[in-house]
Write a protein that binds this ligand. Structure first.
Ligand SMILES: [Zn+2]
Length: 273
């Protein structure tokens, strides 16, 4: 009797000592998901002018203008809610922009910026997704500039801890992989459709992309510090061209993600998928 009670007790203990179930990350197939919400983030605004061109054009005005055109193009091209972090010349702290995208359960987050360099010859488009390690010294400097543009002083790069944790979490997530593919798609479309010179898809620690739970990219459309690019960026026609090129990549993004294992075509350029 005592012996069988012992066996029962041991059996009960073993039940509770079962090793924990192994939880696997089980991602839904891409094709089942439609893009329902897109958040567009026009860089800077209000007292934060961003970079300035030789003739005084402010980055904040270019980014808003392209973002509004991008919103229109997306509404035409797809059945999705298109939201902007700002629609006028107001200051929005960087972390609020990402929080806005998360709160609205955005499927895509696109931050629009324009670049600046000491050399007036610098030109072309760079498309970024988030990473702890910048692709190169220029990318690191650019991220520092964009991060410090936040007058609320919320840059978390110096602290390192929070950002490091987020980035480590993020590195293995699907949205990070998708961010890299979205960056590729946007970049190729800017080259093929808007005729931009490409400086590459790059990675850098941009505060505005930290914490985004969806595929998120930052497009540096062109160099406002270059007089001819400042002109291009200020032209309504060319802004429209840039907006349509980005929209084209977003509209086709899910198709791009579903066609795996072969070569696919984006805006006339073939990339390996
Ligand atoms: Zn900027």
């Amino acid at each position: 009797m005592v012996k069988s009670l012992k066996i029962v007790l041991i059996a009960i203990c073993l039940l509770f000592l079962q090793p924990p179930a192994v939880f696997a990350l089980n991602f839904e197939p891409f094709e089942q998901e439609a893009i329902r919400v897109v958040v567009i983030d026009p860089g800077h605004g209000g007292e934060d002018t961003g970079a300035k061109g030789p003739s005084g054009v402010a980055e904040k005005d270019i980014t808003l203008s392209i973002a509004l055109k991008l919103a229109e193009a997306l509404k035409e091209g797809m059945d999705a809610r298109v939201l902007l972090t700002r629609t006028s010349d107001v200051f929005i702290p960087l972390e609020e922009r990402t929080a806005f995208a998360n709160a609205n359960r955005a499927d895509i987050f696109i931050s629009i910026h324009v670049n600046a360099a000491a050399s007036r010859d610098a030109r072309g488009t760079e498309t970024f997704f988030l990473s702890m390690d910048a692709t190169d010294e220029d990318a690191r400097r650019l991220a520092a500039f964009e991060n410090n543009a936040d007058s609320a002083g919320t840059v978390i790069l110096t602290d390192g801890g929070d950002l490091r944790d987020i980035l480590l979490d993020m590195a293995s997530t699907r949205s990070h992989h998708e961010s890299s593919r979205l960056a590729e798609a946007v970049h190729l479309s800017m080259l093929g459709k808007a005729g931009r010179e490409g400086r590459g898809v790059k990675q850098a620690p941009f505060t505005v992309l930290v914490g985004a739970t969806m595929p998120a990219v930052l497009v540096e459309v062109g160099f406002i510090s270059n007089p001819s690019e400042e002109k291009w960026l200020s032209s309504r026609k060319d802004q429209e061209l840039a907006a349509r090129a980005i929209a084209d990549a977003v509209v086709n993004f899910r198709n791009i993600m579903t066609k795996r294992g072969g070569l696919i075509e984006i805006s006339g350029k073939r990339i390996e998928n």
